[in-house]
Design a protein around this ligand. Structure first.
Ligand SMILES: Cc1cc2nc3c(=O)[nH]c(=O)nc-3n(C[C@H](O)[C@H](O)[C@H](O)COP(=O)(O)OP(=O)(O)OC[C@H]3O[C@@H](n4cnc5c(N)ncnc54)[C@H](O)[C@@H]3O)c2cc1C
Length: 489
């Protein structure tokens, strides 16, 4: 893949900022429509929040996004289109959880030994969240019935009123921290419901079989953006950290250290908090800037421990382990499809990530391996390899899995998420409707932004005054790729 220094000054119909799944999807769609596209990626690799790690024998484990379910149709289509196959997540054997220091082994969604009152309390809470979530339209959560009330409280305030037992609250907090990478006290209730409904349901978010963690990708999810980008050699440029976007009349100029691209339109395919750090000229309207000031990224550090084999399977354990107060909220068996080598992924999320990010990597490693050994036996404390990806520290991500909304944001600023400002359009998983926050949301947003631009081009034609009618009259070859594409309909 080429570096931006290869051709630092270029022109294109559209410039895309960010070569994650969202930016690459938009690039592919627009290229297929005949447009010239220049896609600027800050890192020396594509894929953003998807990242692979070599675990030997040519196999790769995921340090970023990984899972998809039966409802994740868009990422599944994209994967198929580049020849990446899915396979079922290993989900056999007993699960282990530590709830406020007490150990339970169980199968199903929650351990029955927590006691009937706690279980009933947890179950009714999940059902109520599910019912509320169904009323929140993923395309416009701010239009949900009672949106103002749902958006005026945190998920934690809701739990205090609706979940009676302390243990059920702890268990629910753990589940939410694992799925949203934020503490319930950070999250608007409306955001929790919005994300759940857009993903396919609250319970669906928490499940493996029958849930969003049902499948993984052969070769790792990162192989999807790598293959997408391999088919876009003329479009994608690495090492291009965009610092400034200027809108000048009928064009945009997107620049960073040592490069400048002029285009008709720009697509910013970044997490909202990073989109807000670009310097815009003229300055963006306050309502857009205030939105990006208010959509922080979640907190997650993903750790991989690699073993010669998944030894826990022989002991009837699934390798799944959750803790309400340990260093990580959840760990999964993420061994390759053939079970060799054995891999455990531990997710340090939410409040745990905030605490542990301040430690030295060696201290985090000791904390994670100590907890795995406590749950799965001493062998778990002695992996042959251990690696962590601290997404909070990553300059071109700054937290994950996705941006979330504290109370009051969606109802006051929500529509600004996807509304173009002049010649700048917005993509990125946080702007997705289908499975926002996930890989599917990124694909959805990339497709949507391409549709927006094609429709705009049909309306506006080119700056030289050529419009769709002219194309029909004079023939498409005489004009730019933008209009040619539109002229083809
Ligand atoms: C640990 C972890 C676990 C996850 N688990 C799952 C999962 O199991 N299933 C699932 O579906 N999703 C999961 N996700 C979420 C999923 O990875 C993301 O939703 C998706 O990859 C986001 O894609 P994107 O293109 O919107 O954003 P990104 O991937 O963040 O892409 C943005 C791109 O822009 C680049 N960039 C940033 N700043 C600039 C700049 N100034 N100039 C130029 N380029 C810039 C970045 O380097 C990046 O490549 C997980 C994420 C993480 C981190």
């Amino acid at each position: 893949m080429r570096h931006v220094v290869d051709d630092p000054r270029t022109e294109a119909d559209v410039v895309v900022v960010g070569a994650g799944l969202a930016g690459l999807t938009a690039t592919r769609e627009l290229k297929n429509a005949g447009w010239t596209v220049r896609t600027l990626e800050a890192r020396e690799r594509v894929g953003g929040r998807l990242k692979g790690y070599a675990i030997g024998e040519g196999k790769v484990a995921d340090l970023g996004g990984e899972y998809f379910g039966d409802k994740s149709t868009m990422i599944a289509e994209t994967a198929r289109s580049v020849g990446v196959e899915g396979f079922s997540t290993f989900d056999e054997g007993r699960r282990i959880t530590y709830v406020d220091g007490r150990r339970f082994e169980y199968s199903g969604l929650a351990p029955w030994r927590m006691g009937p009152a706690t279980l009933a309390d947890f179950g009714q809470a999940v059902l109520r969240i599910e019912r509320l979530a169904r009323q929140v339209p993923p395309e416009a959560p701010w239009d949900a019935p009672g949106a103002a009330e749902l958006d005026s409280q945190t998920f934690w305030s809701w739990c205090r009123r609706n979940v009676a037992t302390a243990t059920a609250r702890s268990f629910l907090t753990m589940a939410v921290e694992a799925a949203y990478c934020a503490h319930p006290a950070d999250l608007s209730l409306l955001h929790v419901l919005y994300y759940a409904n857009a993903s396919g349901g609250f319970r669906y978010l928490l499940e493996i079989k029958g849930g969003i963690q049902r499948y993984r990708f052969e070769g790792g999810a990162h192989s999807i953006p790598i293959r997408l980008a391999a088919a876009l050699p003329d479009e994608v440029r690495l090492g291009a950290a965009v610092r400034r976007i200027e809108q000048r009349g009928d064009s945009v100029v997107v620049s960073g250290p040592g490069f400048e691209v002029r285009a008709r339109w720009a697509v910013v395919a970044l997490p909202p908090t990073l989109a807000g750090r670009i310097d815009y000229e003229p300055a963006l309207p306050g309502y857009r800037d205030q939105l990006t000031q208010r959509l922080p990224a979640g907190s997650a550090i993903k750790c991989l421990a690699v073993y010669d084999e998944p030894f826990w399977r022989a002991e009837g354990l699934s390798g799944q382990m959750t803790t309400t107060d340990g260093p990580f909220r959840v760990a999964f068996d993420t061994s390759p499809r053939d079970g060799s080598p054995g891999v455990l992924s531990a997710f340090i999320t939410g409040s745990a990530a905030r605490r542990l990010t301040r430690l030295e990597p060696a201290e985090r490693r000791a904390a994670v391996l100590g907890a795995l050994a406590r749950g799965l036996g001493p062998l778990a404390g002695r992996p042959r390899d251990f690696v962590e990806q601290n997404w909070l520290d990553a300059p071109f991500t700054r937290g994950c899995y996705h941006g979330f909304a504290p109370p009051g944001v969606y109802t006051a600023y929500g529509p600004a998420l996807r509304t173009p400002i002049g010649r700048i359009h917005w993509a990125g998983t946080e702007t997705g409707v289908h499975q926002l926050g996930s890989m599917g949301g990124a694909v959805d947003s990339g497709r949507r932004v391409a549709r927006e631009l094609l429709a705009r081009a049909a309306e506006e034609g080119r700056p030289d005054g050529v419009r769709r009618d002219d194309v029909r009259r004079n023939g498409a070859d005489a004009v730019s790729p933008v209009v040619r594409a539109v002229g083809r309909g």
